[in-house]
Design a protein around this ligand. Structure first.
Ligand SMILES: [Zn+2]
Ligand SMILES: [Zn+2]
Length: 101
């Protein structure tokens, strides 16, 4: 459990500010909402292109756990299931053929 550096509210998934590195609640995640020191410095160095800033913070958990691996795992299981069903169908067909002959 982390706490918002600005208002002190406890957050299970705090937002990390790119500019000052602080942890904030959903309400104070944007630099303007927590009187961000890092943003002021960034504005001075960046200056001319304010529209191009991307300062939407990220949730730490989302960055650390890519989801591609899990999807591939599920797909792998699906094809294995399909293979098993196909094998079962073939066996039944074989047994039917045998009973006819
Ligand atoms: Zn807060
Ligand atoms: Zn900040």
């Amino acid at each position: 459990m982390a706490r918002c550096s600005y208002c002190g509210a406890s957050e299970s998934l705090p937002f990390t500010c790119k500019f000052c590195g602080g942890k904030f609640c959903a309400e104070h995640r944007l630099p303007e909402n927590h009187d961000c020191q890092g943003l002021a410095v960034y504005k001075e160095t960046r200056g001319k292109e304010p529209e191009k800033w991307i300062y939407e913070p990220f949730r730490a958990e989302e960055q650390e756990a890519p989801r591609g691996g899990r999807v591939q795992e599920v797909l792998g299981r699906l094809t294995l299931r399909h293979a098993l069903y196909t094998l079962l169908a073939l066996l039944i067909l074989l047994m039917l053929l045998r009973s006819f002959l």
